[in-house]
Ligand binder design. Structure first.
Ligand SMILES: C[S@@+](CC[C@H](N)C(=O)[O-])C[C@H]1O[C@@H](n2cnc3c(N)ncnc32)[C@H](O)[C@@H]1O
Length: 215
């Protein structure tokens, strides 16, 4: 729940809000309850998951402010939606949703893993990434990318594609330090020389990024 509460901070006022893979429906409730959107679309590929959100948002559904759609990704979602959230799935799943439908005009994406895959996809499609941050919740780190189709394509260095554009003096730095510690602990195990060399290279790369040597 703490992760979801932190995610709320990335959701801005809009007319129509869509939560893809909504499961519980907390994000749509936050938007509707706080009058941050006029209308919300809750959507999930699983009827069972969607029914949780339908129960939570029954009052908003009955008054016509919330619409429930059971579908794969954005397949039945209109392009005109103002703000689309896709959170809590793997980066590959998020890219597959975008690939098989469209990139929403304004979005917040919170992949649980493979964030660099999501960045690569967005950047190769000329999207403007308006914020790319990491937050900590319950001892875990979560990346959140906000962006829009504005005609202004963002540019990232290879290291930024890997790690984002967060502040290395802040949470991103903390995250990278934990990654280094994790990788160093792997080196204490018995490893073949290729794996040892790969992990050592990864540690060096992160250290050089943290020191500012690699931008
Ligand atoms: C771990 S839950 C995350 C729920 C919520 N978005 C969050 O961040 O807490 C993942 C949800 O995504 C749904 N899901 C997975 N793949 C999907 C897809 N291709 N299209 C729509 N929903 C999907 C699952 O059914 C599940 O309800």
């Amino acid at each position: 729940m703490d992760r979801i509460k932190k995610l709320y901070a990335y959701l801005s006022r809009c007319d129509t809000f869509a939560d893809i893979g909504c499961d519980h429906g907390y994000c749509a409730r936050y938007m509707l309850k706080n009058n941050l959107c006029e209308r919300a679309i809750i959507s999930d590929i699983s009827e069972k998951c969607l029914s949780k959100a339908e129960r939570l948002l029954a009052n908003y559904i009955s008054c016509g402010r919330c619409v429930s759609v059971c579908c794969n990704g954005l397949k039945k979602i209109d392009h005109s939606v103002d703000l689309t959230l896709i959170a809590g799935m793997g980066g590959e799943e998020i890219v597959s949703i975008l690939e098989s439908a469209f990139i929403p005009k304004k979005f917040v994406l919170q992949p649980m893993r493979n964030i660099s895959y999501v960045r690569e996809y967005l950047l190769s499609h000329g999207v403007e990434i308006t914020s790319d941050e990491v937050f900590e919740s319950g001892g875990k780190y979560y990346f959140v990318i906000s962006g829009e189709i504005s005609g202004k394509a963002s540019t990232y260095t290879p290291a930024q594609v890997k790690f984002g554009k967060g502040d290395i003096g802040g949470v991103l730095g903390d995250y990278l330090k934990t990654e280094i510690a994790k990788k160093k602990s792997y080196l204490e195990r018995e490893l073949n020389s290729a794996t040892r060399a790969r992990i050592t290279d990864e540690i060096n790369y992160i250290e050089r990024f943290l020191s500012g040597e690699i931008k």
